[in-house]
Design a protein around this ligand. Structure first.
Ligand code: TRP
Ligand code: ZN
Length: 882
């Protein structure tokens, strides 16, 4: 039977706490098995709160050994400690009082990686969202802001380093083999931003001088011996600090900024005030072990966590329903940062690919929820791509609707008005309304209505009157708990291309508001008339992906090809090529399902190959142009009754056609794009590597034997080239001796570097076909696998379930049964990790009947298991509902 199903929390039930927390004083006596924590909390009763109201604090798996009121033991008749709360009666009417709570914890056995735990002999905390209550009883909610003093006592030999938030007050030897340090954070903060790290680590140091001339000490802590691997992260940090000053006018506000890299971590990284904790995967990089994608991720995540200092920490969330207030906005900020550091168009293409492959399926399935939800059972399950990535897109749309200047004015007002507060999405939106004088009420539906809007468009041209008319219709699909939807405010950037590729300039536009090249769709149906158009134009809609929508437009391949060749917006060119490719791939799927050979139309071949060959375009863009939509992109486009084997077979045939037709170009590119000189991770060099590797993978695809791929593996002198060559070899020739040898050599060479071994697991977990399940099972007993480490589990089990459509969705259902067993195995140790991996089944309802039945059975088996965590039962119940 379930023990912990989690109660549903509703936004409408929000009310402030009865007691105001003024100050927090924590003392940690660290020990792997028995850490003692004394928390001294100063409260006063909020004005107007009844004298009888007790103080109710949150807790989770705590062992309390002491409870004092103003240093006097509280009688057991006056308090009640349950599994998840501590209730204290008889507290002073108005005067401030001090509660002292003593708890004992065992960091060593904390496998959930929430609260205080040990990773590689380092003590470390993770408190967002509700981890602080696993350290002591506390009002553990984001609207309780307080100033913290933290005293850390630990063994000097094993924990020479004692870190917490804020500035170091001092420290001393205690004479008994232990030492202590005291930290003070002057900025009031919610408990989820608390952090403590203690252990023996190496450090990389630097300084940053802020715009107003203050010197900030920068420190990145990593395992001893890995210091050199932190230099790219340090560089990214300094660039982030400078960028936030220049673009958002935000300066850092403490004397020191620290980052600690740890190897056991549930997510990417955490923005604790002044002491960010990172999954080491997003800190450590050198050319031998990190790919260009790793470098780009490190840059983005370092920036993301740093940017939280203002968007999240200085201004935080009133409650967890407002998570997108900090996450959506901060993702938007890190996207803009990366766009400024790299190629804006290529960055946008990568963002949209990611949004479509991760967020669109979430929004179309049983786990769909609004960007600002109104209820949850387990908040950990709402750190989703909808809250993060769609939340970022919603912020981007505000910038699009208001324009650069007014958006900036709104942001400035937000920082000014709400600094030091815990606020809501309504507060955020009001700043843009007040700064611009615009009404964003209808726009706000983007926060409240789940589901990806569908816009259907059709155009007609009246040559005599020189009028182009564009008919647009929007529908928002139903989502769990939301059956009827209101029309949304959709900002659609567009161009009308004439036959020579130039932009037609309309004399007048009617039927929709227009700002620059954006039309504002606000009604269910709208017809927009453009006058003074000299010849039939080709509409290029949703330039730059100005709105996160599905767009259906009846458009000939020739018209799409015109956009692909001539659009001034590079993103729109890619979008047009992608649409041509998707048409082909959907058709190829149907052909494969009917046992017919799939054919690849000439426009696709010509479009891709001419983009790839066009030396006027940047290599990174050409590489994106060559990357066909993935098998899950095709499944999403088809929408229902999906057969992953047919999708795969059809796509393989299209790939074969392209490999054949483009052989000469690919051969030239593999040569032209070869690098000379030392490795540099910059975007331009990465782009050349990307194009070369795309070309190479087509060539390998067209090969009948593994020699070329095996040679590319041998020749690679950086991890980008090596991992892509190994992927090509293993995926194209899984059973060749060359593959077995290359995999063995890779393993041997990198056996001591777990992050590289993760790539080795992932490459093998994504080999297409039904045989891979056995391979994955075998790899799970490899000594390098470790079921307790989230990165290992994600690389092998997670990658298999999320990124191997034919392997995971085996027609006999074995993939789902395997996943069910894994989930039930992981759940007792680490529920957050188990629940996250289980979301790989979020699109099960769009599978064809036989697979869908197998999937339902596997989910039902999970749902029926004893002692499920709140995390997993929440996900599995929602996936089976309705
Ligand atoms: N707030 C973090 C970020 O987006 C992510 C985060 C949320 C997290 N919950 C977590 C990280 C739990 C680790 C564990 O930057
Ligand atoms: Zn974040």
């Amino acid at each position: 039977m379930r023990t912990n199903t989690g109660q549903t929390i509703h936004l409408e039930d929000y009310r402030p706490t009865d007691f105001v927390l003024e100050r927090v004083d924590l003392t940690f006596e660290l020990d792997p098995k028995e850490t003692k924590i004394e928390a001294r909390l100063i409260f006063h009763r909020r004005e107007g709160v009844s004298q009888a109201a007790p103080l109710v604090l949150d807790g989770d798996e705590l062992r309390m050994t002491g409870l004092l009121l103003d240093q006097v033991e509280i009688s057991p008749t006056l308090f009640d400690a349950t599994d998840d709360t501590l209730t204290i009666h008889g507290l002073p009417e108005t005067a401030p009082f001090e509660i002292t709570v003593t708890t004992l914890l065992s960091p060593e056995t904390n496998t959930k990686l929430m609260g205080l735990y040990r990773t590689n002999n380092v003590y470390c905390t993770q408190c967002e969202a509700e981890g602080f209550r696993r350290i002591t009883y506390f009002p553990d909610r984001p609207d309780v802001l307080a100033v913290y003093t933290v005293n850390i006592i630990a063994d000097k030999a094993t924990a020479p380093l004692l870190l917490s938030n804020g500035n170091l007050l001092g420290g001393a030897d205690m004479g008994d083999g232990r030492h202590f340090a005291a930290w003070f954070d002057p900025h009031p903060k919610p408990s989820y931003l608390f952090a403590l790290v203690a252990g023996d680590l190496g450090v990389v140091e630097d300084t940053f001088t802020t715009a107003s001339g203050r010197a900030v000490a920068l420190r990145i802590y990593v395992e001893h011996g890995k210091e050199a691997g932190a230099s790219y992260a340090m560089d990214a940090l300094k660039r982030s600090m400078k960028w936030d000053e220049e673009v958002f006018g935000r300066e850092y506000d403490l004397d020191i900024f620290m980052i600690v890299a740890v190897s056991d971590f549930n997510m990417g990284a955490m923005e604790n005030k002044g002491l960010n904790v990172f999954n080491d995967k997003y800190v450590l990089a050198d050319p031998e072990t990190a790919t260009d994608a790793d470098y780009a991720n490190i840059e983005a995540i370092i920036a993301h966590e740093y940017f939280h200092n203002w968007t999240g920490n200085r201004i935080t969330c009133r409650d967890w329903f407002q998570l997108c207030l900090k996450e959506g906005l901060t993702v938007y900020r890190d996207h803009e940062f990366s766009a400024d550091m790299r190629s804006r168009a290529v960055k946008r293409i990568a963002e949209v690919r990611h949004l479509k492959s991760e967020q669109f399926p979430e929004d179309a399935g049983p786990l769909a929820h609004p960007v600002r939800p109104t209820k949850y059972r387990e908040i950990n399950n709402f750190y989703t791509t909808t809250v993060y990535e769609k939340g970022s897109e919603v912020t981007r749309m505000i910038a699009t609707i208001l324009g650069r200047e007014l958006f900036k004015k709104g942001m400035d007002l937000y920082f000014d008005r709400h600094d030091g507060q815990a606020v809501t999405i309504e507060d955020f939106v009001a700043c843009f309304e007040d700064a611009s004088g615009r009404n964003l009420k209808q726009f706000s539906l983007w926060y409240h209505q789940a589901g990806t809007p569908l816009v259907t468009a059709s155009g007609s041209y009246d040559a005599e009157k020189q009028i182009f008319s564009l008919s647009l219709e929007q529908t928002v699909p139903p989502a769990p708990g939301q059956s009827t939807k209101e029309p949304m405010h959709i900002p659609l950037r567009l161009g009308l291309l004439l036959a020579d590729g130039s932009d037609a300039k309309a004399a007048t536009v009617s039927g929709a508001d227009l700002t620059e090249d954006v039309i504002h769709l606000t009604k269910r149906k709208q017809t927009v008339l453009f006058t003074g158009i000299p010849s039939r134009p080709v509409p290029s809609l949703n330039r730059g992906f100005s709105a996160p929508i599905n767009l259906h437009i009846e458009q000939s391949t020739e018209d799409r090809a015109l956009i692909a060749r001539h659009e001034s917006d590079l993103f729109a060119r890619w979008q047009a090529l992608n649409a041509i490719a998707l048409d082909n791939l959907v058709a190829a799927t149907a052909q494969a399902r009917n046992g017919q050979p799939a054919t690849c139309d000439n426009a696709l071949v010509a479009g891709l190959i001419s983009a790839a060959a066009d030396d006027r375009l940047e290599p990174a863009f050409r590489s994106q142009a060559l990357a066909l939509p993935s098998e899950s992109d095709i499944a999403r486009e088809i929408g229902s009754d999906n057969d992953p084997d047919a999708i795969h077979a059809g796509r393989q045939q299209i790939l074969a056609g392209l490999a054949e037709a483009g052989r000469d170009i690919f051969t030239r590119l593999a040569d032209d794009m070869a690098s000379s000189g030392p490795f540099s991770p910059d975007a331009a060099s990465a782009g050349r590597r990307a194009l070369r590797n795309s070309a190479l993978s087509f060539l390998v695809y067209g090969d009948t034997g593994p020699e070329r791929a095996a040679e590319a593996v041998r020749a690679a002198n950086n991890m980008t080239d090596l991992s892509l060559a190994l992927t090509s070899l293993a995926h194209r020739f899984p059973d060749a001796n060359e593959t077995a040898e290359a995999l063995a050599a890779f393993k041997q060479r990198f056996a001591s570097n777990a992050l590289v071994i993760d790539k080795w697991f992932a490459i093998q977990a994504t080999i297409p076909g039904s045989e891979t399940l056995d391979r994955v099972k075998t790899l799970m007993s490899d000594p390098l696998f470790n079921g307790n480490n989230p990165n290992r589990v994600r690389s092998l089990v997670g990658t298999f379930a999320f990124s191997n459509p034919t392997g995971f969705n085996r027609a006999d259902g074995e993939g789902y049964r395997f996943l069910a067993r894994q989930i039930l195995d992981i759940d007792p140790r680490n529920p957050q990790l188990a629940a996250r991996i289980l979301t790989s089944m979020r699109s099960w309802r769009s599978l064809e009947g036989v697979r869908a039945d197998h999937a339902r059975n596997a989910l039902t088996e999970i749902a029926g298991a004893a002692n499920l965590s709140a995390d997993v039962s929440d996900i599995v119940d929602r996936m089976l509902e309705s």
